[in-house]
Design a protein. Structure first.
Length: 441
């Protein structure tokens, strides 16, 4: 059997797309800013070298080379800052070269006449240099070369790019955090919609609130339209069930009245068949109604008011016994069940307890794990486990001397199961029977 496909998360997809876009934007921004920084640092260095070229050209034209032209940092001995003036077969060098030469490995393209152009080369010890070259025309042409250590370009650029990478990293984290918050806020209406739908399914609401964001409002409108349509279908189904009940009960009642005459049914066999048909019709109509309400259209019914009314009615019915019915049911406790079905289930259980009790009946209810457990106990003789299983069979009665048809507990069990609950019997600490009815909260 093939495994189930993993669920695709909108949150994960949005965050993944945002992560890819943010990283791509940061990489592009880093490259562009890196190019700009390189041009800026190179421009600053070229400006410094060009200033030295201007001074050397002025000195060359005034005939004062090299006196006074070794300004810092060109006056420091060692590799790095240096200049050369090549005129004819003569080469004039800065004091930092100490007899060495600047070897241009890439003289660079010729620039505008009278303006320096970039070049690259090496110093006397093979150290890489960044150079600027100016060709001076005239009766005695000359070439001026001014160079700086390559570290003067790469060092500041490295420091700037390191700071840039740190800043872009912090910016990326802030953007991702902001996007995560944005995705969370953007999907929050879906979380609220889920809670609203759960409220509709449990019966706490009849419709999903229409006050929704514009993107979700059409979906909510369709959901509400579907709920309205289901409610209309349910009402029509109830009408058909009521018509069927009326159509069947009237002939059965006529037959029952006709068979009441002893001459027509001497042994009562036909009358018992008619009564059995009536019970079956009532049972299956109740089952059809409960099945129709087993979905999202079921109601929300509070327990305490129903049990209070039931206690008052049964107290009058069993007044000759004088049974005391104690209720321990929280006011806020409610079940997801149609009121008529709840009355029938509770009525069967409490009435059964009143029939068998010696004088006391106790009804309590508690909420647990998304369900409500209603316990009906009496101080009667109770049942052993075998007898408790037997009374769940339709029409089975253990004592024919007590009024009843034996359909109460089986019908209660079937109704409870149709609502997703159940019914179990056990021994009460009062000494009699304990019936535990479980229904969805």
């Amino acid at each position: 059997m093939a495994g189930r496909a993993p669920r695709r998360s909108l949150r994960t997809r949005l965050l993944a797309a945002a992560l890819v876009l943010v990283l791509a934007a940061l990489v592009v921004a880093g490259l562009v800013i890196g190019v700009i920084l390189h041009r800026f640092v190179r421009g600053q260095l070229d400006g410094r070298l060009d200033a030295q070229i201007v001074a050397l050209r002025a000195g060359l034209e005034a005939g004062i080379l090299p006196q006074g032209l070794d300004a810092p940092p060109f006056d420091r001995p060692g590799p790095g800052w240096a200049w050369e003036v090549r005129r004819g077969g003569e080469t004039i060098r800065s004091g930092s070269l100490r007899g060495g030469d600047i070897r241009l490995s890439d003289p660079g393209p010729d620039g505008e006449p009278g303006r320096p152009h970039p070049a690259s080369g090496t110093g006397p010890r093979g150290e890489p240099l960044v150079a600027r070259v100016l060709d001076v025309p005239g009766p005695e042409p000359a070439t001026i070369v001014v160079a700086a250590p390559e570290g003067e370009l790469r060092g500041p650029l490295r420091e700037a790019l390191t700071s840039l990478a740190l800043a872009l990293g912090i910016l990326g984290l802030c953007l991702l955090a902001g996007l995560a918050v944005q995705v969370r806020l953007g999907l929050a209406p879906l979380t609220r919609l889920r809670a609203d739908l759960a409220s509709v399914r449990s019966g706490r609401r009849e419709r999903v609130p229409a006050d929704q964001p514009a993107e979700i409002a059409p979906v909510v409108a369709e959901l509400n339209a579907l709920l309205d349509q289901n409610a209309q279908n349910l009402e029509r189904a109830r009408g058909h069930v009521a018509n069927l009940a009326h159509a069947l009960k009237t002939p059965l009642a006529t037959l029952s009245m006709a068979l009441a005459e002893p001459a027509r049914d001497p042994d009562g066999a036909l009358r018992r068949q008619v009564d059995d048909m009536d019970r079956r019709v009532r049972h299956h109509l109740r089952r059809a109604r409960a099945a129709a309400l087993a979905g999202s259209a079921r109601g929300r019914t509070a327990l305490a008011p129903r049990l209070s009314d039931l206690r008052a009615a049964l107290a009058r019915i069993h007044a000759e016994k004088g049974a005391a019915i104690d209720l321990d049911v929280p006011e806020a406790l409610a079940v997801s069940c149609e009121g008529q079905d709840l009355d029938e289930m509770l009525g069967n259980l409490v009435d059964n307890a009143c029939r068998w009790c010696r004088g006391r009946v106790r009804v309590s209810a508690t909420a647990r794990d998304g369900a409500v457990a209603v316990s009906v106990e009496d101080d009667g003789p109770g049942l052993d486990p075998a007898a408790a299983s037997a009374v769940m069979a339709r029409g089975r009665r253990l004592d024919e001397g007590v009024p009843g048809h034996g359909f109460g507990l089986p019908i209660t069990l079937e109704l409870a199961e149709l609502y997703g609950g159940g019914l179990s019997l056990g021994r009460s600490d009062l000494g009699g029977l304990r019936a535990d009815l479980v229904l969805p909260a």
